[in-house]
Design a protein around this ligand. Structure first.
Ligand code: SF4
Length: 316
């Protein structure tokens, strides 16, 4: 069952030298209980596309067109007040940096109870029970005692578990996890991803996982959108993408991982374009080993190639 659908999303920013487009005709959907990974290098538009779902874009951003359909309604038409009932309650965000996402002045329990009271309408003993249960679900030991702790007493991984517990306590249907393990060390990364996998399976939660790490994607995603320069350049199931990658950028990203495994790190030459660069043709063409003349003139559209969707002139 489709729970979220992003349709023809175009977003830009009003900068000092005028309007600059950042997101070009982005389309993706999310099924119940599915993990969609959005991958790409920094600045490729992953976070801007997904923060628009929660109306959490900076004031300089402008959504030019598109629809974000959640349970049959377009979230882009929602007022700030309507969005307050969606944010945290129905669609929760796990941000990149757990260190700054909890208030250092309040205990973990206070912060959990505030969310539960606001979104679930529970108070007193009932709210405390829900909070403790949520902490237990994310495997925080001595959950009852830990309710009294302050964030500085928790490690980064434990703080990230508390954020996930907040989403669980409110019965969120969708979790947007924005590089949820970037600030954590490798063993803690694995534990957090394991918890996300477990809650997805147990509670049928849908997850949008934003990451630049294809290793994490391989273990967690059902479907993948590869983004470059604000466009989706390949959209495929995990099997399709890893067994038969089609877009030269996807192949280049996968080669980086393979070379790391054999101890020889090979990077993709060059840099992604910035929002202020004027791009002609395919935005990947200055870095693409398969570049043809048409690539310097015409931006390819996303279209079906086998079971995948690909934006590349190689498949014209
Ligand atoms: Fe490379 Fe051309 Fe495909 Fe762009 S359209 S990825 S430049 S082959």
């Amino acid at each position: 069952m489709k729970i979220l659908e992003v349709k023809n999303l175009n977003i830009g920013f009003n900068l000092s030298d005028g309007f600059r487009q950042a997101i070009y005709d982005v389309n993706f959907s999310l099924e119940k209980g599915e993990t969609l990974a959005i991958v790409g290098e920094s600045g490729c538009g992953k976070t801007v596309s997904t923060m628009s779902i929660l109306q959490l874009l900076p004031p300089s951003a402008e959504i030019k067109s598109g629809e974000i359909i959640y349970n049959g309604e377009n979230l882009l038409s929602f007022s700030g007040k309507q969005m307050q009932k969606i944010r945290g309650k129905k669609i929760a965000l796990i941000p990149q940096d757990p260190m700054t996402s909890l208030n250092p002045l309040y205990t973990i329990g206070n912060q959990l109870l505030e969310v539960i009271e606001l979104h679930q309408g529970l108070k007193g003993k009932e709210a405390v029970e829900v909070a403790i249960k949520a902490l237990e679900r994310v495997k925080i030991p001595d959950a009852k005692e830990k309710m009294k702790a302050y964030p500085h007493e928790f490690s980064g991984g434990m703080k990230q578990r508390v954020i996930i517990a907040m989403a669980l306590a409110c019965n969120a249907e969708i979790i947007i996890a924005d590089e949820p393990t970037t600030a954590l060390d490798v063993t803690v990364q694995a534990q957090i991803m394991e918890i996300l996998r477990e809650i997805k399976e147990k509670y049928n939660i849908s997850i949008i996982l934003i990451t630049h790490d294809l290793g994490i994607v391989a273990q967690n995603a059902d479907k993948i959108a590869v983004m470059y320069a604000g466009r989706i350049v390949e959209y495929a199931s995990d099997k399709q993408l890893f067994n038969a990658p089609k877009h030269p950028y996807t192949k280049a990203l996968l080669n980086v991982i393979l070379d790391i495994n054999t101890d020889t790190v090979q990077t993709i030459e060059g840099h992604p374009p910035s929002i202020t660069d004027d791009i002609s043709g395919c935005p990947f063409h200055p870095r693409c080993k398969d570049c043809m003349e048409v690539c310097t003139q015409k931006d390819p559209c996303l279209k079906p190639v086998g079971a995948s969707m690909v934006a590349c002139h190689l498949y014209d």
